[in-house]
Design a protein around this ligand. Structure first.
Ligand SMILES: NC(=O)c1ccc[n+]([C@@H]2O[C@H](COP(=O)([O-])OP(=O)(O)OC[C@H]3O[C@@H](n4cnc5c(N)ncnc54)[C@H](OP(=O)(O)O)[C@@H]3O)[C@@H](O)[C@H]2O)c1
Length: 355
């Protein structure tokens, strides 16, 4: 474990696209250093460590996946594997006493999310889901607007709408995103963002008796027999009456937004999940608010995690106050599982648990 005044030493698990993009952002984050990069291919890990130019000794940093479980220069691991490997690797890392930041979506079922919460708590380590958009001040402003009731400029919250449609033809991306074996699909890859927004902002638990969902499935990948969703629509009402409507698609025209509809007006952003670090406009009841210098969301996320771990160590009791907490991640996993069940997508849990 890191001592209170020393930086959190990060290992990165998997040397794919998101790892490549985010590794420099970890190095930028306050209270963080990267000491290890794990890949099935050592040369690939070494090359990635080298390319960032931010790791002291790229050769020493490069390692195999299993090495992360025992390296004593690694306090926390950033899990960037395909979705079907998240649960098993998070569980192994937590059991080894490592803190974990797992890429979204952490898992596809409530049972797995609860199991990870329990193992983290029993080992006294922290786990957090990589919803980096929650670490930008625009999100904090949306929370205020949603939760201020009649005092909010939009009035009392009535409805949340969010679409994340990202038209994708990139064969490299689709090889994992359309794979049933790898727990792909539009809901897992991009629909988890609108779900996370609804769970963060609604202010109540869902009334699952109101769930509606429909999906267009992509053809199964060569070598696979089962299909995942190319496009998915989902909606439900929360117990406080707030309605939610979400959509995610790999083939509908690119379109992303988050809208809060209140009794007196609407708050709307077209960059809810990738807000600008310098200048992010947000339209609130017809007027534009400018959120300036909100910071880079991934850097903010790692800075926040390191600060939460430091605060936990200094208080020497309780769990780290990470964002999102596992209570939120459990509700997100629950929603994902229920929507999948509703549209007839089921996973093979035996393979989902294999590391
Ligand atoms: N927060 C965000 O904005 C964001 C953006 C994109 C993706 N993500 C999430 O990050 C995760 C990874 O996405 P990615 O786009 O980085 O994927 P990717 O480029 O395919 O990278 C995943 C890495 O996992 C490792 N891996 C282990 N077993 C594998 C297998 N059977 N097939 C393929 N790769 C395997 C590989 O690393 P080695 O070869 O080095 O072992 C691979 O490079 C997903 O959960 C995704 O949802 C998040």
């Amino acid at each position: 474990m890191a001592s209170p005044n020393k930086p959190v030493r990060w290992g990165v698990l998997g040397a794919g696209r998101i790892a490549e993009g985010v590794l420099p952002r970890i190095a930028d984050a306050s209270g963080c250093v990267v000491t290890a990069v794990a890949s099935r291919d050592l040369a690939k890990a070494r090359a990635m460590a080298q390319r960032t130019g931010r790791i002291g000794d790229p050769s020493a940093a490069a390692c195999a996946y299993d090495d992360l479980l025992t390296r004593d220069d690694v306090d926390a691991v950033y899990v960037t594997l395909p979705n079907h490997l998240h649960f098993a690797w998070c569980q192994r890392l937590l059991r080894s006493g490592k803190h974990v930041l797992c890429e979204k979506p952490m898992v596809a079922t409530r049972r797995e999310a609860e199991a990870l919460r329990d193992v983290a708590s029993s080992r006294g380590v922290a786990i957090v889901e990589g919803f980096m958009w929650m670490h930008h001040p625009q999100t904090l402003r949306l929370e205020e607007l949603a939760q201020a009731g009649d005092a909010s400029p939009i009035g009392r919250l009535l409805k949340i709408r969010s679409h994340r449609n990202v038209r994708t033809t990139d064969a490299y991306i689709l090889a994992t995103r359309l794979s049933h074996a790898m727990q792909g699909g539009a809901l897992m890859d991009i629909g988890c963002y609108p779900i996370s927004a609804a769970m963060l902002l609604a202010g109540a638990a869902p009334d699952w008796s109101t769930l509606r969902a429909r999906a267009d499935l992509a053809p199964p990948l060569p070598g696979e027999t089962r299909a995942v969703d190319d496009t998915i629509e989902f909606a439900w009402t929360f117990n406080n009456g707030v309605e939610f409507e979400g959509e995610a698609s790999f083939s509908r025209g690119t379109g992303v937004f988050l809208e809060l509809v209140g009794t007196r007006g609407v708050a709307r952003t077209t960059f809810p999940y990738s807000p600008d670090p310098v200048r992010q406009p947000l339209v609130v009841a017809g007027s534009e608010e400018l959120i300036e210098h909100g910071g880079e969301r991934f850097t903010n996320q790692f800075t926040h995690f390191a600060a939460a771990l430091r605060a936990q160590q200094q208080s020497s009791h309780g769990s780290a106050a990470v964002r999102p907490g596992m209570d939120l991640s459990i509700r997100i996993a629950d929603a994902i599982e229920r929507i999948h069940q509703h549209v007839g997508i089921v996973w093979d849990h035996a393979s989902a648990r294999r590391a």
